[in-house]
Design a protein around this ligand. Sequence first.
Ligand SMILES: [Zn+2]
Length: 487
Amino acid sequence: MRPALRASLLALLPTLLVGQTPVPAAPPAATAPRPPQFPAGVPGQLMKLIAEQGQQLADLQELVDTIGPRLTGSERMRRAHAWAQAKLTQMGAQNVHEEAWDFGFAWTRGVDQARLLTHNQMPLMIAHNAFTPGFDKPVVGEVLEPADFKLATLQALKGQLKGKILLRAMGARPAPGAPRPAGMPNPQEQDTLNQFLKDEGVLAVLTMSNKQYGLLTTGGRTFREIAKVPVPVATLTQEGFKQLQRLLARKEPVKLELQLGGKLSKAPVKDYNVVGEIRGGEKPEEVVIIGAHMDSWDLSTGANDNGTGTCASLEALRAILASGAKPKRTIRVVLFSGEEQGLLGSKAYAKAHKDELDKVQAVIVDDMGTGRIRGWALQGREDVKAVMASVISPMNDFGLREVSLARMGSTDHASFLPYGVPAFSAQQDAEDYFSHTHHSHVDSFERVQPEALLQGAQALAVTAWELANLEQRLPHKAPEAPREPAR
Ligand SMILES: [Zn+2]
């Protein structure tokens, strides 16, 4: 700005100030929305304790930032077991312990790299799929994409697969009951197919992430499927995978250099579920189980899947203990492991405790990411809908108000259903769970919403408290034979 002009502007300043528009006054306080009030009694007390003193966020940061990913069977998973037991002991929980179950071979991630050796020579983002074998040193192979991964299709390529890197286009896992996408082998074929790939000397199989924009994902297959794959399997981003497909469509050779450094343990290992509880005052043998899985996939730190459920469960028990209120029935937190490989820890727990399951009042499981808990999916249990609506009524003004008959699978409550136990999964706001964080390399602490985590802890505390103090037992269904053998 020129000096002469600045001087004249300065001379004008008092006039400008005099002429300024007054700042509008704040609207009267009476028109501002009032936050909902905590209800009377123990539920309100629990909600207030969690709102004012809750440690769920600090616990979560500690778990995910200092211990990190918690792959079932891994050393870090063992550290998480010790961490959770220390937390339960510090808060004054009773009967704190871990319960072992047989897992299988543990797996440790190494360095994962891929580079296109032909065409544009680009490095490609890649993640070795856990529990599949790796390489001691980088390898080079030509890329080939079979029409699909059915046994007959691959057998037609017999003799042409040695040293080849196979592309296997495979998106999201089909929903229960949905038809399997074309190109996926049926389960009976899987073992034969795996052996065929090994016998033919296939170098590696590359799959495609189920999320776009450079997100790498892993997991999502059952342990039975992944643990028996005798060749290295890795996942490329959608963008990298589709580039390879386009290059192959040009009918030109495509070669990759691959390093997949993951290693299986020499011997099978055990894994553990962590347990802590507050004993009931009147009916201690009857139990409400608050469940979440503490294991995670390992591309990130498992903050949303399922650090949030783990820490909300711990906080729910902590608040009940801190309130000094004594529930009629026992309230037990069980932090399962092996969920990601097929609900293995909760199946093992249910099997080990099958003779006590008729005394379980209910199992409530929190495992749907960072979103607020809107209610409970009752698995078609019309007969408990009214009582569950009354159970959650103290938190209606805080967003917990849905009792749906939805049937949910793919998390730990499902392991109790074959025994007839009332077992429900939280219905949560999806937020960015399935689009971004779930099983991806950005499932980290920044993607967690602190307010929703707090509400989740309140929802678990209030639901568990009310279930533990109901006059009546929730009716059990006749036990069914488990659809898959528990292990
Ligand atoms: Zn999960």
